[in-house]
Design a protein around this ligand. Sequence first.
Ligand SMILES: Nc1ncnc2c1ncn2[C@@H]1O[C@H](COP(=O)(O)OP(=O)(O)OP(=O)(O)O)[C@@H](O)[C@H]1O
Ligand SMILES: Cc1ncc(COP(=O)(O)O)c(N)n1
Length: 309
Amino acid sequence: MEAVIVNGHTVRALTIAGSDSGGGAGIQADLKTMHQFGVYGMSVVTAVTAQNTLGVQGVHELDAEFVQMQMDSVLDDIGTDAAKTGMLANESIIHAVVDGLEKHAVPYLVVDPVMVAKGGAPLISPEAIDALRERLVPRADVITPNIPEASVLCGHPLETWDEYHRAAEQLAKAGAQTVVIKGGHMSPFQSTSTPWGRNIIDPVSVDIVFCNGDYTYFLTKRIDTRKTHGTGCTYSAAITSMLARGYSVLDAIAVAKAFIFQAIEGAKDWDVGQGHGPTDHFANVPLGSSVEPGGAYLCDGLPWVRLDQ
Ligand SMILES: Nc1ncnc2c1ncn2[C@@H]1O[C@H](COP(=O)(O)OP(=O)(O)OP(=O)(O)O)[C@@H](O)[C@H]1O
Ligand SMILES: Cc1ncc(COP(=O)(O)O)c(N)n1
């Protein structure tokens, strides 16, 4: 993949996240994804984890001042067309990151509110949740919680379609421009009766996107695999890369969703690690995936197909 040039300049994207030594999630997943999208990737490291596909063996959080220093280094000199946040570890780092974002011009911000690793290890302190909610959510152009994260941010359990919708609206009211409630943790049974009035028999993974008052639903087949380490990181890095390249928010999400689907599918038979293996960051970037707001779209091979209402 060659570097993408838009309006005469090399497209850049920044990830502000934790390092995963195993290479499947965090900073490593983000940089691999940005590279695959032809975007020049940069990183601000918030914490270093000793981690593999079996779990997190240790976490070392960096000083908030050093996080701020990395932001200044990168943004004073190189600048960026879009940024994303991932693991932010603690309250002081969140304040440092938001201060940095306020100081420097960052055209788009994607917030992946990372809280718990797939194996159950906490990646943020409980006291930091208020700072995440109060300082970062209002700055998000796109926020991408999974169901447990949306539930923590909204302060109550989410189990029904109606509750997912109310959660998206609550996060939008708190200031996030576009809310993506990810379906990786939804029970497959909830997909049998759908808000767009058509039943789906096969298990699917549905992402609910709330943008400018419209709901758009992105569906793919649910892949039967436990190799889903770093799916959320990879997906949000793909959205960030597409925004950096100048795509609209919905088209960025459509391409990213098709990419993560192929990345999960592509790694099904990989032999990387003994636990929750990583996704295939070498997957094809399906640039033609374009959608209109306010419908339900199925990606079963490309292009996206609009489902009957
Ligand atoms: N088994 C699966 N089959 C198809 N798509 C999936 C599957 N699991 C997750 N996805 C998709 O991957 C993306 C990430 O969703 P998920 O809910 O897994 O995020 P996450 O929990 O934040 O991920 P992680 O914590 O591993 O980084 C979403 O688009 C979701 O629909
Ligand atoms: C540094 C870092 N950031 C994010 C995740 C979440 O990914 P997952 O939920 O797949 O473990 C992680 N495990 N490590």
